[in-house]
Ligand binder design. Structure first.
Ligand code: G3P
Ligand code: CA
Length: 363
């Protein structure tokens, strides 16, 4: 073809081809480099109150690809952002400002308005949780937001690049505290559609019944299969959490995810090994481990080739990524956490230890 063109036209054609290819390649390279998914766990739990608007803003200001957050469903059908299916005394004060002494009524039996009265802006200083997250800067008065409020805040900040890894919190062993999976998924999908966020969301759950319901109701939505294989909390053994599948019937965890129809496996990072990562790759799975908070672990997992990392400290993750020359997600706004420590702190109440199984917190 080009032999029919005059030399100047040939040069122009070549130049156009080169430019188009260069732009295409650079976009492809940027896309490939940015494909690593840096996720802020519960916003940035190590730095700001978890699962709060101020926490999500903090994560956006540091710069993350994805905001990880947890949902429960209120009695009146509103998805609200909480890791726990019942109010957690480690982080919760009632409307009089007093720390909760025990876990009370499950969120699923409270209205969204009532849930909105709890203050979750500070970790109870008397708790072990406060020692675990001693760098978290409190923001007294922070409320439990609804999913809609999170989307509104992200839109107001114009953080149009950010994705959401939304965990639906159900406990199949405590059905009295949770909605039915299909009902929960339906309510969440309605909010995604209302705020036109469907294309920016992955739904995740330890309860794989939820993921089946999500696939039935929204077949194109990306799903993340969570697993934990801790001694005191193993979601793969009994079949309760995994929609009837049992690890004993499979070679390994990735095979279970593949059998459930999944394409993204999100294990506790301590459960992940290089052979298991290779196995997941053989099965065509992406792998994004949680919750990775130490820099050496982050570096090791990136070098193994995981697709992303979920962390309470997105600032640490960015420094590891930067040291490896990886592209960093955009930073939006400024860190909003208002340190209220100098103000009269609320009285310390040592919370009653939470019995395991109520709402496992795996750190
Ligand atoms: O995204 C996975 C991770 O959040 C699961 O652990 O207990 O913090 O919700 P958890
Ligand atoms: Ca979570």
């Amino acid at each position: 073809m080009t032999t029919l063109l005059s030399p100047p036209v040939q040069r122009l054609t070549w130049l156009r081809w080169s430019c188009t290819t260069a732009v295409g390649l650079s976009l492809w390279c940027a896309g490939a480099a940015l494909a690593f998914d840096a996720q802020g766990h519960r916003g940035a739990r190590g730095l700001a109150p978890e699962n709060t608007l101020v926490g999500f803003e903090h994560a956006l200001a540091i710069g993350v690809t994805t905001l990880e957050l947890d949902l429960v469903l209120s009695a009146d059908g509103v998805p609200v952002v909480s890791h726990d299916t019942t109010p957690n005394p480690d982080i919760t004060r009632d409307r009089s400002g007093a720390w909760l002494k025990t876990r009370g009524t499950p969120f699923h039996r409270l209205s969204a308005a009532d849930i909105g009265h709890f203050d979750v802006g500070r970790i109870n200083p008397g708790s072990r949780y406060a020692r675990d997250f001693s760098s978290q800067v409190p923001s007294d008065g922070e409320r439990i937001p609804t999913l809609a409020e999170v989307f509104k805040r992200v839109n107001a900040l114009r953080a149009d690049h950010v994705r959401f890894n939304i965990e639906l919190k159900l406990n199949p062993t405590r059905p009295d505290e949770s909605p039915a999976p299909a009902e929960f998924v339906k309510a969440v999908l309605a909010v995604l559609e209302q705020y036109r966020m469907t294309s920016r969301v992955t739904l995740q759950s330890f309860d794989w019944r939820v993921l089946r319901a999500a696939r039935e109701q929204a077949p194109a939505l990306p799903l993340s299969y969570l697993s934990a294989q801790l001694e005191r909390y193993n979601t793969l053994v009994s079949g309760d959490w995994t929609d009837g599948l049992r690890l004993a019937d499979f070679d390994d965890a990735p095979s279970m995810v593949a059998a459930a129809g999944g394409s993204l496996w999100s294990p506790n990072f301590r459960d992940l090994s290089q052979p298991l990562l290779a196995r997941a790759r053989e099965l065509g799975l992406k792998v994004i481990p949680w919750t990775v908070n130490d820099i050496p672990d982050m570096g090791r997992l990136i070098d193994w080739g995981v697709d992303g990392i979920i962390t309470d400290y997105p600032d640490r993750l960015r420094s590891v990524m930067q040291s490896r020359g990886m592209a960093l997600p955009p930073q939006v706004g400024t860190t909003p956490v208002r340190d209220t420590s100098a103000m009269a702190p609320p009285p310390v109440v040592v919370p009653v230890p939470v019995p395991f199984g109520v709402a496992p917190d795996l750190r």
